[in-house]
Design a binder for this molecule. Structure first.
Ligand code: ACM
Length: 271
């Protein structure tokens, strides 16, 4: 069994040092769970008026003081931490999630499905979807609006993800409904770490959640409270893909019928 947690909070807009202070205050005296997930863009805030504004504070992941601070925590407490950050790589900006362990960065994921004005700021992630083995189970990552697209969640589960960390800045109220169903149909644990507060007229919906492979909510935050929620869970439960004694979530699939899913079309013709 491990303890898995989410830190729901309001990042300080355009102020990385203050975002670090806010996390520090919320975690003061707290024994960290083995896996802690923070929201999307936790170092920078979200509602950039334009790309230049985001560019001015974006940083490469290897130089980012917010990640240095989280790495210090992971090293001191022997934990794993996933956080969203604003990434600058060459002349591109990415909305990125970073998996850290006691020895440093284990993996990064760049958001694939960009939401509304994000398309004017970020380049979409186009690297193959991956999962990473760790001492606490195999971990995959998705970011916020990726919730709208079931395909990557399935692919991560088929790559043996036990836990999918989902840093978010949700503005629509739907993901909190659909995530337990994704956990159920893929038989994985999902940790959706949302933020609180509002920025430049954009309000965020909180209600971060941890869902189990049977679709049950193991923990959920309120809409507005900042702080940690946690659950004790057994990552190996995600390795049992049986939904009845004769139905397997993956082996009962019929991929020969699913070809249209891999066609890069805007619209699939009806038969
Ligand atoms: C979102 O993808 N941050 C709504």
């Amino acid at each position: 069994m491990i303890r898995a947690g989410i830190l729901q909070f309001t990042p300080a807009f355009l102020n990385r040092e203050e975002s670090i202070s806010r996390v520090e205050r919320l975690l003061d005296g707290v024994e960290l769970p083995e896996l802690l997930v923070l929201p999307e863009l936790a170092d920078s805030g979200y509602a950039f008026p334009d790309r230049d504004c985001a560019w001015d504070i974006a940083m490469p992941v290897h130089w980012n003081p917010f990640l240095d601070y989280l790495h210090g925590l992971a090293e001191a407490q022997g934990t794993h931490i996933v956080s969203g950050v604003l990434e600058k790589a060459g002349n591109q900006l990415y909305n990125t999630s970073v998996l850290l362990g006691p020895a440093g960065i284990i993996g990064i994921y760049r958001k694939v499905h960009l939401f509304m004005g994000e398309k004017d700021i970020f380049s979409p992630g186009r690297a193959s979807l991956k999962t990473w083995p760790t001492a606490i189970g195999r971990i995959g990552m998705q970011i916020c609006f990726d919730w709208m697209f079931p395909e990557p969640w399935r692919i991560l589960a088929m790559q043996d993800a036990d836990l999918i960390a989902h840093p978010s800045n949700l503005v629509l109220p739907f993901a909190q409904q659909v995530i337990p169903a994704y956990a159920l149909v893929n038989r994985v644990f999902i940790l959706t770490a949302n933020r609180t507060g509002s920025e430049n007229g954009v309000s965020f919906t909180g209600r971060s959640l941890i869902a189990g492979p049977d679709g049950r909510l193991l923990a959920q935050a309120t809409e507005q409270a900042d702080g940690m929620i946690q659950a004790t869970l057994a990552p190996e439960e995600a390795r049992n893909k049986m939904i009845t004694f004769s139905n397997h979530a993956f082996r009962d699939r019929v991929p020969s019928l699913y070809g249209p899913l891999t066609e890069d079309t805007q619209r699939i013709e009806p038969f």
